[in-house]
Design a protein around this ligand. Sequence first.
Ligand SMILES: Cc1cc2nc3c(=O)[nH]c(=O)nc-3n(C[C@H](O)[C@H](O)[C@H](O)COP(=O)(O)OP(=O)(O)OC[C@H]3O[C@@H](n4cnc5c(N)ncnc54)[C@H](O)[C@@H]3O)c2cc1C
Length: 479
Amino acid sequence: MASKQLDELRSLLSDPEIIERDSPRYSEQATPWSLWADQRPPLVVQPTSLGSMFKVVKFLYDSDLDFAIRNTGTGSVSAKNVILSTHGFKDFSFDKESKTVTLGSGYDWGAVDKLMEEHAPGYQVVGARCSWVGVSGSSLVGGLSWLSHEYGMISDPQNLLEMQIVLRDGRVLWASEEPDLMWALRGGGGNFGVVTALKLRARPYPTIVFAGIVLFPYSSLEEMSKVVSKMAARTADPRLAMHVVNRGAAFGEAPQGAKPGVAVMMWDAHGEAHARSDDGFGWVFKVSDCHELQAGEMSVREVNALAESFRHWQGRNQFWLCAPLLAEIDDETLVRAWKWWEDAINLFEGFQVGSTVLLEFMQEGAMTSSGGRDKTAWPHYQRRHVMQLGLGCRPEGAPDNIREVAMKQFQKAGPQIAGADKDTKEFHAGFLHEFNDLRDIYGENFDKLKKLKKRYDPNNKFNKGVNLADEKVTAEMTA
Ligand SMILES: Cc1cc2nc3c(=O)[nH]c(=O)nc-3n(C[C@H](O)[C@H](O)[C@H](O)COP(=O)(O)OP(=O)(O)OC[C@H]3O[C@@H](n4cnc5c(N)ncnc54)[C@H](O)[C@@H]3O)c2cc1C
């Protein structure tokens, strides 16, 4: 049955739009970030025009085939029968007069950074901080940028102006023609159709910023925890941003036991002199045993490309990400986060090779600038810091219940890191798992979102990741 339907699907497309398992292009187009999710479907289809995309979407929707929409695979999507790749959609244009960028949904943000440098010097879009992350997947789940503190999330109405989408019946439209649909696409997890293009606001922004990575030994953790908490209380400058992450796998270094050191990644759009002053990150450089790995002025593209060294993680590890939201950072937050990590290593030593704790220090505007809880499908409306937790290991030697171990450890993280009485019980919508209750994630927007899901996907065929119809997150979505 499936093989007959696969043949019918092939017959709708030209040869370059078909990628079989034995093709040299297959691995790049099918491997998910987390090996755990890999289902190695027999076929990847990559339509290169709206004409073939609408035929494919309609065919898949009316078939019994299990399919997944995929851009980069960073969200660890896979399927039993077919992957529908968006890589055939790569057009880019910048309109200086309206300050808008229109781009195909097949790009990753690294490619967009390059195109912005070339075609829109002096402007930036609010896009992800890691060059390999796909433009539409990240927009559909919220999406965070170095520019978010100033302008909000990628999916907010002031940043993501429009999405072109192919619906289940092959209809192609710009979503704001049906405003409820556009609303649902803003952080609602996708699964309403296949996005083929995005229109984004371009902001006049410095091309060159200061970025730095500085390293500290484990012995500096307590001191660092205190100064980061002071920074969070003191700073309201939206042109400053910071990540604090454990050393070891997170920084491409050898495992450092259960007591890893600390790395701080800084962003200061005012430039180097400001970054090194007390108005910027002067305090970071004063913490004991500071070692500058890399610090200086560079282009926004180069900053995002610093994450390139993690790209090789794709398809190497079993990996899961979860991101509880913290209402505040106190003097002990980092110490408790490192303890959570240490507990994970004690549960399974193999987690050392791919696990991270990463605090995304957020300014007020990152989550408040959409203007209210009902402005986007995922309600984000007050200051929150993102505690991004990754648990990863090589598949060899991992116990059969490794996923269960990881999920249990994630569920402990909120109360352990925030403190039991301060746990918000909130999670970033881009990193959800089966234990997340979608009614909690989407709050008062949930019923509207579910109704829209029924209207645009009555048979629940777009069902990977956030599965609104069944009110659950499917196990395949791991990051
Ligand atoms: C190591 C790591 C770092 C990350 N860093 C960032 C970051 O800096 N900022 C940030 O915002 N996020 C970040 N993310 C999270 C990222 O935004 C999500 O994983 C997102 O789902 C990736 O989208 P993708 O298109 O690249 O992935 P994919 O796996 O290709 O897709 C993920 C899901 O998005 C949907 N989707 C993708 N494209 C389309 C489309 N064209 N139409 C309809 N649905 C579509 C599909 O449902 C698919 O299941 C990171 C994730 C990881 C693992």
